[in-house]
Design a protein around this ligand. Structure first.
Ligand SMILES: CC1=C(/C=C/C(C)=C/C=C/C(C)=C/C=O)C(C)(C)CCC1
Length: 285
């Protein structure tokens, strides 16, 4: 059986002709397949173990995916952000965060729409239909299959109830994604397991865990593997190492502040959401 991370392995490095040798020195096809299955299995085990384990594994997957956006990746280059770029990134991210905080429902809709576009435009070894299908399942699948749990998560993140019609639109996006993914299962054997995983995750897992799993498996993991293939592990470590550690430390500090009552959740959630916006807007311009 082919692992759901097939796309990671067969990606062709279209942008600058990935060298097979470098790919192999980073990790064999089999290892990467196995890793994909481990990621899926761990998510299933966490789900079975209960909400705390599910939340912890979701956080782990978001953390593992963070470095893919922690450097300045353009079509033919990967570099560390220059100081001025960091300032521009943070100012833009905080402006987006302020908008999400001030207009939580509109902010959530825009954030989900931008995320869907970002994930869908990240096409490696699969068709547009598959990319759009999985992206829509990522943002809308949980609202489709686990509507009330997802509404609760949204409400606790943004500090207000998401109106029913809005939940219906998000669920409809998930339903469209589901149809497209079923088309993939039927028509695109190479992406079949990935499409089945994209349907199964929001169906079977807690919403945050489902998103964390698909984010890592479908987007951040393949992106990171492709960066290593194209630029080499040293270059990736050099460009993304410290920014990743700093962002992770700030994120953990933010979570601790929320846990101990020093920071309202909607502020932290708005910052988390806002900080992804410059990455989504500027990647590979
Ligand atoms: C649907 C959904 C979510 C959506 C998360 C998204 C859409 C994250 C996007 C991350 C990005 C864009 C990272 C950058 O590469 C939450 C908030 C986990 C709550 C549970 C349901």
């Amino acid at each position: 059986m082919v692992a759901p991370v097939m796309v990671m392995v067969t990606a062709d490095g279209e942008r600058n002709g990935a060298s097979l040798n470098r790919a192999l020195s980073f990790g064999t096809t089999k290892t990467i397949h196995l890793l994909g299955w481990v990621v899926v299995l761990l998510a299933v085990l966490a789900q079975l173990a209960g909400p705390t384990a599910a939340a912890m594994v979701a956080a782990l997957y978001f953390a593992c995916g963070l470095p893919h956006g922690a450097s300045n990746e353009q079509r033919a280059s990967l570099s560390a952000f220059a100081p001025l770029e960091i300032v521009a990134y943070v100012v833009t991210g905080m402006a987006a965060a302020a908008f999400i905080f001030a207009e939580p429902v509109a902010g959530l809709i825009l954030f989900l729409a931008l995320s869907a576009w970002h994930f869908a435009s990240d096409r490696r070894d699969h068709t547009l239909v598959t990319g759009v299908g999985i992206a829509l399942l990522l943002v809308g699948g949980s609202a489709l299959f686990r509507r009330s749990a997802t509404a609760d998560v949204f409400a606790s993140l943004i500090g207000t109830t998401v109106p029913n019609p809005v939940m219906s639109i998000i669920a409809a996006a998930g339903a469209l994604g589901c149809l497209l993914a079923l088309h993939t299962v039927w028509k695109e054997p190479r992406a079949r397991n990935l499409a089945l995983t994209a349907i199964g995750a929001p169906l079977l897992l807690d919403p945050v865990l489902a998103v964390g799993l698909l984010f890592l498996l479908f987007h951040a993991g393949p992106a990171q593997i492709e960066q290593v293939r194209n630029f080499g592990l040293r270059a990736v470590r050099h460009a993304a190492g410290w920014p990743s550690i700093a962002a992770l430390a700030i994120a953990i500090a933010g979570c601790l502040l929320v846990a101990y009552g020093g920071l309202p959740m909607p502020i932290l959630a708005a910052i988390f959401g806002g900080m992804t916006v410059p990455h989504m807007l500027t990647l590979r311009l």
